[in-house]
Design a protein around this ligand. Structure first.
Ligand SMILES: [Zn+2]
Length: 325
């Protein structure tokens, strides 16, 4: 029995049991939260757990759009940690402010480190970070990541003049940014070199192979392509051989379904996600990777969006809009 899998399913079941809307939805299909606990006892592997949970109902983006608060299951002490997070609507249902808790942010960070470790990058080597934002109007400032230890991360807007100097000054050894931002940073680097990071986390849009290779050549570091949504956080990362995504199996179950992926987030989140339906599709989920030999669950044929909210192609360098002030 996989203990993290079992524990994660138990924690999810307890959160579902505490939310009236979830109890009602489970009952509509003849289930109770206790049935999820029972299923967890027999879930030896990711594939077995996916099969056991397949008949359970899930949550859609339309549910969250209608009344997100109905699907929350927070403890009283978690309510001050609740913040709205912007989700762009690329999954089909328009832009949406989704609830996000500090606990979910910690989960998101943990998954980022898990992907780094799986990619051969020691978390101990990552001491400072930079979130490089290519969307205008986003605030700058310093935040702290607390997983696995407290480290500073500077949020820097690529739309504000002087961002290169702010990036140089912060000494980040990892970057987190979208392919739009990455193409912009590469263009700047070719004009005047930027200090190379140890790893680049690419998020939000499809990372084209050509852009990944250019980045690896320019900085001599790996680029980890995180497949992520605002609701779930990162749940898979791109295979270094290309053509596949590896599921972060300690934190998620991912089910390939003709109508779109279904993502179950394991663990103790105030926003429990059982079979959360995405508009993204994959052709198959395999127990291992046919491209690199990775032993964990792997999605083949997964393709996310390649254009930003405004329609720009993800890997085309372009001037970014200037920020006011
Ligand atoms: Zn692989």
């Amino acid at each position: 029995m996989s203990e993290p899998l079992k524990t994660g399913l138990r924690e999810l079941a307890l959160r579902l049991a505490a939310a009236p809307a979830w109890r009602e939805r489970l009952a509509s299909r003849g289930f109770a939260p206790g049935d999820l606990l029972a299923a967890s006892e027999h879930a030896d592997t990711h594939a077995t757990a996916v099969r056991l949970l397949a008949p359970f109902p899930g949550l859609t983006r339309a549910d969250l759009a209608e009344d997100a608060s109905a699907w929350l299951s927070p403890r009283v002490d978690e309510l001050p940690q609740l913040h709205p997070a912007w989700s762009s609507g690329s999954s089909g249902q328009g832009p949406l402010a989704v609830p996000r808790f500090d606990a979910d942010v910690a989960h998101r960070q943990a998954r980022m480190w898990e992907a780094a470790a799986a990619g051969g990058i020691s978390a101990e080597a990552l001491c400072r970070g930079a979130f490089l934002c290519a969307l205008p109007g986003r605030p700058e400032g310093r935040a702290w990541l607390d997983v696995p230890r407290s480290i500073p991360v500077d949020r820097i807007s690529l739309c504000r003049a002087g961002w290169e100097d702010r990036l140089r000054a912060c000494g980040a050894d990892f970057w987190n940014l979208s392919p739009v931002g990455l193409a912009h940073a590469l263009q700047s680097h070719e004009a005047r070199p930027l200090p190379p990071p140890r790893v680049v986390f690419s998020t939000a849009l499809v990372l084209e192979d050509a852009l990944r290779r250019r980045t690896e050549d320019a900085f001599g570091c790996p680029v980890l392509d995180l497949f992520s949504t605002a609701e779930t956080g990162p749940f898979a990362w791109g295979c270094s051989a290309g053509g596949a995504f590896h599921v972060l199996s300690g934190g998620f179950l991912v089910d390939v379904d003709p109508e779109g992926l279904r993502v179950t987030r394991l663990g103790d989140s105030p926003l429990p996600l059982l079979h959360y339906r995405l508009a993204d599709h994959a052709t198959a989920a395999l127990p291992g990777c046919p491209r690199c030999g990775h032993a964990g669950p792997t999605l083949v044929g997964l393709r996310g969006r390649t254009r930003s909210e405004k329609g720009e192609h993800s890997s085309a360098p372009r001037p970014l809009p200037a920020a006011a002030g």
